[in-house]
Write a new protein. Structure first.
Length: 323
């Protein structure tokens, strides 16, 4: 087997950074000097990053961060990759290092849910009176999630607190577990759940799904599908024991784990779509997007408006035929 030459580093740390603007500029220069690619967000509340680099560059970066007084105890999630999964290097100052929009913000250094190791989380998921809440976006859940996890009926994380309030009775007397990709979202969300007195207890998967996948005991079990990632890979496997496909092709409903963006740049919606269906549906999530003036699929094919309308007619006819 060919050795995979690249590493993808996922990490975060809630810690006070006095001057995030200056820090971001200096850290960007450092990352570029090391030849790294990726994106890092910096705020007064801490740092949140995803870096891709060669194995040697990744080791240099982690060594540097481990020597830094603020970041010496970061929990690193490291993936091997055959490709570079980022194309540029960005380090940006932000008010929040993860966009949660909780209003009256939560400081995880003051309140957060109980940390559960992958093994503990796997055990607790199977216990009576336990509910599992996915704290990620809907498109992340749709391609993969823990078995029996709740998919809140929301499109944005900022809507999650209201959804929880609307469904508060469902969590009375329950032990709540929550999880996300690397753990950063759950730090705040689980803290909010505790502050607002949801359930009998609140636990979070420490290190997120990315850590659970590599745990020697858990082996990714009770996870169905793949995990969505915010880089060029789009999805990666988690369950080391069995693979159950839960994603469904946006157009046909058949099993799919392949994400593409809608060809209308003003939409850019993420949709699951098998390669064999991409051209037929013009990689567009709706007829309005197929007709969009800047639709890049149409531009690449050099279709006339008449050809677009004819294809839309064929699509409509196809959808009336029982699958």
């Amino acid at each position: 087997m060919t050795k995979q030459p690249y590493r993808v580093l996922l990490y975060y740390k809630y810690v006070t950074i006095e001057d995030p603007v200056t820090f971001a500029a200096e850290h960007l220069a450092l990352c570029k000097d090391m030849g790294l690619l990726g994106r890092v967000l910096v705020g007064t509340e801490g740092i949140n990053g995803c870096i891709s680099a060669t194995a040697e560059q990744a080791e240099r970066y982690m060594a540097y961060m481990k020597e830094h007084p603020l970041f010496h105890d970061i929990m690193w999630k490291v993936d091997a990759s055959s490709i570079q999964v980022h194309r540029k290097m960005h380090v940006r100052p932000r008010k929040e290092i993860v966009r949660l929009g909780l209003g009256d913000d939560i400081n995880p250094l003051e309140i957060t849910g109980d940390y559960l190791s992958p093994r503990e989380f796997m055990t607790r998921m199977q216990e009576e009176d336990t509910v599992i809440i996915d704290a990620r976006n809907d498109y992340e859940y749709d391609v993969g999630h823990f078995r029996n996890a709740i998919r809140p009926d929301i499109h944005n994380f900022r809507d999650l607190p209201q959804w929880m309030e609307d469904n508060r009775e469902s969590f009375e007397g329950k032990h709540i577990l929550t999880y996300c990709t690397g753990g950063i979202r759950c730090e705040k969300f689980s803290g909010w759940l505790k502050r607002e007195n949801f359930g009998e207890s609140v636990g979070q998967l420490h290190g997120g799904i990315a850590t659970y996948a590599k745990d020697a005991d858990a082996k990714g079990q009770l996870w169905d599908g793949q995990m969505f990632v915010f880089d060029d890979r789009r999805t990666i496997p988690i369950n080391q024991v069995e693979h159950v496909v839960v994603g469904k092709d946006y157009f046909t409903g058949e099993p799919s784990e392949r994400y593409v963006n809608c060809a209308n740049p003003d939409c850019h919606k993420l949709i699951l779509c098998e390669e064999k269906h991409e051209a037929f549906y013009m990689r567009s999530c709706s007829d309005d997007c197929r007709r969009a003036e800047r639709n890049y699929f149409v531009a690449q094919q050099q279709w006339t408006p008449e050809q677009v309308e004819e294809q839309i007619r064929i699509i409509a006819q196809q959808q009336m035929i029982p699958q």
